[in-house]
Design a binder for this molecule. Sequence first.
Ligand SMILES: Nc1[nH]c(=O)nc2c1ncn2[C@H]1C[C@H](O)[C@@H](COP(=O)(O)OP(=O)(O)OP(=O)(O)O)O1
Length: 161
Amino acid sequence: MIESTLCFVLEDEQVLLIEKRRGLGEGWYNGPGGKLEDGETPRECAVREVKEEVGLEIPLGSAEKAGHLTFTLDGEDHIETHVFRTWKYHGTPQTTPEAYPEWVAFEDVPYDRMWDDDQYWLPKVLEGDTVEATFEFKGGEPLDEADLVAQDLEFGIDFEE
Ligand SMILES: Nc1[nH]c(=O)nc2c1ncn2[C@H]1C[C@H](O)[C@@H](COP(=O)(O)OP(=O)(O)OP(=O)(O)O)O1
């Protein structure tokens, strides 16, 4: 299974989203994130991806685990995503080849231009809750052209780290 991360930088009821310019979910809004590299922890990956995709420095210890999502495709485990959030960063968001960054008020998050599953868990993560969830997709690769057909979510998870 592919292991990946998402990292949501928060400030004043706003979240830093990216419009993804390439890769899975291209053209859609999401948090910065990507696949784990060899030897990297999920938290290190989240911090590295924020730097690579939008140019912000996140103090490693400030990124708190807010979610663990499993995406299945046609009955097989496909991608596992560790979700982090942080209120600490240095720098100003920059456009990169991977992403157009944009600060968005919590109430204006464009769920209709995001992965279908985001509407079910991201509002709670923005509120400060934690989530463990599985989302079942069907329809073959790539995942971003498959359909979300079932979901199972649990909130208030204690991620012991
Ligand atoms: N159903 C889904 N809902 C969601 O919100 N994010 C998802 C998702 N399925 C995958 N992702 C995210 C998690 C992760 O950040 C990213 C993985 O996609 P990619 O493999 O295209 O990553 P990138 O190309 O950005 O990564 P790198 O190649 O490692 O830079 O997509």
